[in-house]
Design a protein around this ligand. Structure first.
Ligand SMILES: [Zn+2]
Ligand SMILES: [Zn+2]
Length: 114
């Protein structure tokens, strides 16, 4: 998937709205380890080192094609709010994470900046 497409999607209002809905539904708790997470725009301010970043994960991973399909990208049933640690575990298990990819602050898989 092109970097631009992903960025556009993750910065859309529609995504921001659905992302918030997921977190409110989960009471800002990770769906896997049930620890409280920090979510921009919802959580009260916390210094960075105290934050456990919350990430909304797509159960059906996004690819070049389905990123244009709102039934995949914005379907609440395809979304799961998890903390950064659990999210990395998920993607490691499926070996999606490669050495040249990292997660950015929003939990998006992006090419490592050289
Ligand atoms: Zn977790
Ligand atoms: Zn994910």
């Amino acid at each position: 998937m092109s970097y631009g497409t992903r960025q556009k999607f993750y910065h859309s209002k529609a995504w921001n709205d659905v992302r918030k809905t997921v977190w409110i539904k989960q009471h800002l708790l990770c769906n896997r380890c049930h620890k409280p997470v920090y979510v921009d725009g919802i959580s009260e301010y916390l210094p960075k080192e105290k934050r456990r970043t919350g990430i909304v994960h797509h159960k059906i991973y996004l690819d070049n094609i389905n990123v244009y399909d709102p039934h995949i990208t914005l379907d609440i049933n395809n979304l799961e709010g998890v903390c950064k640690e659990c999210h990395e575990l998920e993607h490691h298990q499926d070996q999606v994470t490669r050495n040249d990819y990292v997660f950015d602050d929003d939990g998006n898989l992006v090419l490592k900046q050289k």
